[in-house]
Design a protein around this ligand. Structure first.
Ligand SMILES: [Zn+2]
Length: 205
């Protein structure tokens, strides 16, 4: 499997991740803004985009969904508690009017992204009520829950510091060597954040 990190939306934007297998089946995580590179890369690599996976419903994670849906017909997947964010421009904080999800997921759900390759849904509320992480055998897509050296804000509607604390504790139980692909900033690992992230120390002890 290949994973390509595509930062979108400029310096204060977010990270999208495009993943594909040897047979050119592809999924994208959090296409946060419309970006001509999506179409370009899909075409150049000959990829068949099948799923659009969203970690939560904020505008900077869903802004490119509508365009990709129209381009590819891919299945839109979002945690159940954030489903309204797609079609309620005020909830997503950026006045994005997107399209409804095709599939709602919650704790423990498994998503087969490629034949024989599954992701597990971890509900990790705190940044939004629906915020989730997608756990694979060899990486975690952490959305706006865990960043390299920081954590997601909890002061938006639906946010909760207490829930964020529980969510972070949960993530810290994962394998130290697990690569973390965050919604903003540089990649990291669970072990690195456990040791060096000041917010983890504050929020989990
Ligand atoms: Zn967010």
């Amino acid at each position: 499997m290949k994973i390509l990190k595509i930062p979108v939306g400029g310096p204060s934007g977010s990270n999208s991740y495009l993943a594909w297998d040897d047979d050119k089946n592809a999924v994208i995580f959090d296409p946060g803004f419309p970006d001509p590179r999506f179409k370009q890369i899909l075409e150049e690599e000959g990829l068949n985009l099948q799923k659009i996976l969203l970690t939560h419903g904020h505008y900077d994670h869903i802004g490119g969904v509508k365009e990709l849906k129209e381009l590819t017909g891919a299945e839109i997947i979002i945690p159940e508690a954030d489903k309204e964010f797609l079609t309620n421009p005020e909830l997503n904080l950026g006045f994005v009017n997107s399209v409804p999800a095709d599939r709602l997921v919650s704790e423990g759900d498994e998503i087969e992204i490629f034949p024989g390759y599954k992701l597990k849904v971890l509900e990790t509320p705190g940044h939004t009520e629906g915020s989730a992480c997608y756990l694979a055998d060899d990486f975690l897509v952490s959305g706006d829950v865990l960043f390299n050296g920081s954590i997601g804000r909890t002061d938006f509607p639906g946010g909760s510091t207490a829930k964020m604390s529980q969510s972070l504790k949960r993530l810290m139980e994962l394998d130290d060597n697990l690569p973390v692909l965050p919604g903003h900033g540089e990649n990291t690992t669970i072990g690195y954040e456990k040791r060096y992230n000041p917010f983890i120390k504050m929020m989990t002890t």
